[in-house]
Design a protein. Structure first.
Length: 325
C-alpha cells in the first residue's frame, strides 16, 4: 500500500487543518447564534498529546503543512506549548479572529508558528459590533500589528463579504491592508452556518469582488497551485490580493486538504457528511499503523468535490465553528 494520503481522483493530501476547539469569543452572525452552540463535551476533546500523535501519523503519510483553527484557537490553554511540539513536525500556520494576538503573537512566533490569517469583515466599529456581537474591533487591529511585529508575515486578512451588509467596504479594506502590508483574501460565504440559512443570492461572488477591485487597481494573476485562494499582484506588486471562490469557482480538483476536528474526527472535505473517528480508535489502543490505515481509508473515500451545485446537496450537520477554516 502506498504510504500517501491518496484519493481515487489522484489527489494527495499534504495539508492538515486541525481544529483546536469549537468554542469562540465572538458570535459572528453567519457562524454562530448569540447564545453560542452546544459545545463539544470536554471529555471528547483531544488532548495535546493526542493531537501531536495524530499529526505525527499524518506527517508520516506525507502531510507537510498544518493549519491550526477553531472555533477560536487562541483560547486553547497552553497553546504556545502545543505549537512548539507541532512545529517540530510540520510547517505551521493559524487562522484566528485576532483577539489575544497582542498577548500571544510573540510567544507563538517564538514557539515556531510561521503565519497567521486574521478574520476581519469590517473596519467600522458599529458594523463590527453588529456582525460579531462584540465591540472588540480595536483589539483585532492591534492583534494584527502585534503579529506583524512578531514576524508572522505576511499577515493575511480573511474577509467574508455579504450583500447589503459589508460589501461596500471591499475597496476600503483593500486600501487599508495595502497601507499596512497585509495580504487580503475575500472568501465567498459558504453553506456551513448552524442555522442552514445560507442563501446563494446574499453571497458576493468572486467575479463581483474582482469587478470592484479592478475599478481601483490593476490586478495581475499569480500562479495558483493547490492553494484555495486565487491571487493577484496589485498594480504590478509586490502587494497581493486573493479571492477564495469556493462556491462560484470551486477548486476541488486540486484539493490537498483534510481536517481533524477538536473531538478527533477526520474529515476528508470541508463539506464531508461522513467522518472517521480517530479518537475512539486512539483511546482504544490503536497503533500508529492502524491509525494510518484509518486515515488512508478516509481519504480514499473523498468525493470529487463539495457538490454545492448538485440538486441533492446536503449541508454537513457539523457547523463551521466545529470544523474550522
Ligand atoms: S470543498 Fe472539499 S474537496 Fe473542495 S477544496 Fe474544499 S475541502 Fe477540498
Amino acid at each position: 500500500m502506498t504510504a500517501a494520503l491518496l484519493d481515487t481522483f489522484g489527489r494527495v493530501a499534504t495539508d492538515l487543518r486541525v481544529s483546536l476547539t469549537d468554542k469562540c469569543n465572538l458570535r459572528c452572525t453567519y457562524c454562530m447564534p448569540a447564545e453560542g452552540l452546544p459545545w463539544l463535551p470536554s471529555a471528547e476533546l483531544l488532548t495535546d498529546d493526542e493531537i501531536v500523535r495524530l499529526v505525527g501519523v499524518a506527517v508520516s503519510l506525507g502531510v507537510r503543512t498544518v493549519r491550526l483553527t477553531g472555533g477560536e484557537p487562541l483560547i486553547r490553554p497552553g497553546l504556545p506549548g502545543l505549537v512548539a511540539r507541532l512545529a517540530d513536525l510540520a510547517e505551521l500556520s493559524l487562522t484566528t479572529n485576532g483577539l489575544g494576538l497582542t498577548r500571544l503573537a510573540q510567544p507563538l512566533a517564538d514557539a515556531g508558528l510561521r503565519r497567521v490569517n486574521v478574520s476581519l469583515d469590517s473596519l467600522r466599529a458599529d458594523r463590527f459590533l453588529a456582525l460579531t456581537r462584540r465591540d472588540r474591533l480595536d483589539e483585532v487591529i492591534a492583534g494584527m500589528a502585534a503579529a506583524a511585529a512578531a514576524g508572522l508575515t505576511p499577515v493575511k486578512v480573511n474577509t467574508v463579504l455579504m450583500r447589503g451588509v459589508n460589501d461596500d467596504e471591499a475597496g476600503e479594506l483593500l486600501e487599508w491592508c495595502l497601507e499596512r502590508g497585509y495580504e487580503l483574501r475575500f472568501i465567498e460565504q459558504m453553506p456551513l452556518d448552524p442555522q442552514h440559512a445560507w442563501d446563494r443570492s446574499s453571497m458576493v461572488t468572486a467575479d463581483e469582488v474582482l469587478e470592484r477591485l479592478t475599478a481601483r487597481h490593476t490586478l495581475t494573476p499569480v500562479e495558483r497551485g493547490s492553494a484555495p485562494a486565487e491571487v493577484w499582484l496589485v498594480d504590478g506588486g509586490p502587494a497581493r490580493v486573493g479571492v477564495v471562490g469556493s462556491v462560484s469557482r470551486p477548486f476541488c480538483g486540486a484539493c490537498d486538504r483534510i481536517r481533524l476536528t477538536a473531538d478527533g474526527q477526520l474529515r476528508n472535505c470541508l463539506f464531508a457528511r461522513e467522518e472517521s473517528d480517530l479518537r475512539t480508535a486512539l483511546r482504544a489502543g490503536a497503533t500508529d499503523a492502524e491509525l494510518a490505515v484509518r486515515m488512508q481509508a478516509a481519504v480514499r473515500a473523498k468525493k470529487a468535490g463539495h457538490g454545492i451545485d448538485d440538486p441533492d446537496f446536503l449541508q454537513p450537520d457539523r457547523p463551521m465553528s466545529a470544523i474550522g477554516g
